[in-house]
Design a protein around this ligand. Sequence first.
Ligand SMILES: *Cc1c(COP(=O)(O)O)cnc(C)c1O
Length: 351
Amino acid sequence: MNSDLPPRRQFASDNYAGICPEAFAAMAEANRGHEVSYGDDTWTEKASNLIREIFETHCEVFFVFNGTAANSLSLASLCQSYHSTLCHELAHVEAAECGAPEFFANGAKLLLLPGDHGKIDPGAIERAVHRRTDIHYPKPRVLSLTQATELGTVYSLDEVRALSEAARRCDMRVHMDGARFANAVAALGVAPREMTWQAGVDVLCFGGSKNGIALGEAVVFFNRELAREFDYRCKQGGQLASKMRFLSAPWVGMLQDGAWLRYAAHGNTMARKLEAAIGRLPGVEIAHPVQTNVVFARLTDAVVQGMHQRGWKFYNHVGAEGEARLMCSWDTTAGDVEAFAADLGELAGKA
Ligand SMILES: *Cc1c(COP(=O)(O)O)cnc(C)c1O
């Protein structure tokens, strides 16, 4: 083995991937000379303006280090500590943020809703809200949707609209966890505005890391009232970058020529290719509709072990038991998909 070769690309997560050239070039450009700190720099202004252009509205934009912070701090701005946020039972805010949303909102509770393939069942919202209206229950105030979902499915425009209308009827605000927002936009081929503020979304956590940036997410408030003093919340939460330009410049690289959507579409295409390559193998079953950049496949334990022994990394804890999550990235190649499928084919055939 040639040790000069970079490590193999994996299907474990889109955050295994590196930085895409557009984001890297913008970082290098931002590294020329001195700039004003704490977000009062030209890169941050430019990146915020590009986000306003893409969403075709005057939204408030904040750049933070990661998705847990983006979700937790934005949810904290939407509710008081005695409120609750309704989310899907597999939602990242519930399952993968170590209680940060409750912590940053001083205890505001998450209430879990069911729904197939990672999508909230619309009827569940009113059922959850009307189940209890007494003072002993944490009052539902926010609906949190993940788009694309943790299982890679997407809510259609009509579904987002219907869910946010249900939320409004119950006097609730709407938060969108868009760690993979780009993949959802690319999959649906809609304008970003249609899927967010025009569909009733108050705040979007717009994902950068999984789209090809080194690190960082943008918190986008369409309901600008709710952004009041959010800068203080970021600072107190340890999320105000002193060299902010290195969080914001990559966004300029991603957004100015549409790289964010090209890469998302590429990831989505690779997942469809992976589905086609492994979906008919004996002993392999596709567990959820493949709509963005991920394939969930039911595999036997022996096959999972065999794949791990061959050096393939992937997670098995995101969906239901026995579901392997195979995530494609901005830099996944057709060759990667073929190599993975060939190994899986050999192991599944033997089982
Ligand atoms: C990755 C991810 C996040 C962000 O996670 P961090 O590790 O905190 O950056 C948020 N929501 C979803 C659905 C994710 O997949």
